[in-house]
Design a protein around this ligand. Structure first.
Ligand code: SF4
Length: 145
């Protein structure tokens, strides 16, 4: 197997600019574990959390998947002057930008709209591999067919 383009690691440091949390439509997919943690932080029941803060979406035609809702201006529903659940933010947010699609090629990596890319701390290939494995171990929640 060929070595990944990031075998010497990749630089990334979040500037907390909130570009990835606001003003553009998108999806924050949730695992069951994500939803449980967020419900717990918000001190509401799991079902109430899913009903009030989530939506079922199917952007790829692969089945309905649980995602956070957005406000009318496309801000994340949990953004209010900053991430209101930062300590328990979803795995998708915690592992950004080390997602499989972003790591598929240097072009994908370099075209990310994020000022933290290629700046600051170098993350090793081993660290990146752990980030990739984390999603596999905690998959997004899909509705029953
Ligand atoms: S766009 Fe990048 S730098 Fe800005 S908050 Fe998101 S991850 Fe951090």
């Amino acid at each position: 197997m060929s070595k990944p383009f990031y075998e010497r690691g990749l630089r990334f440091s979040c500037t907390r600019c909130s570009v990835c949390c606001r003003r553009d439509p998108g999806y924050v997919f949730l695992s069951r574990n994500d939803a449980r943690l967020l419900a717990s932080q918000l001190e509401i029941g799991y079902s109430v959390f899913v009903e009030s803060y989530c939506r079922w979406v199917d952007p790829d035609g692969e089945g309905k998947t649980l995602s956070l809702r957005e406000k009318a201006n496309y801000d994340c529903i949990l953004w209010d002057g900053g991430c209101t659940v930062y300590q328990n933010r979803p795995l998708q947010c915690r592992t950004f930008p080390f997602w499989a699609e972003n790591l598929a090629s240097p072009e994908n990596w370099n075209r990310l709209d994020c000022p933290g890319i290629n700046r600051g701390k170098t993350h090793t290939a081993a660290y990146i591999a752990l980030r990739l494995e984390a999603r596999g171990a905690d998959p997004v929640l899909r509705s029953e067919p």
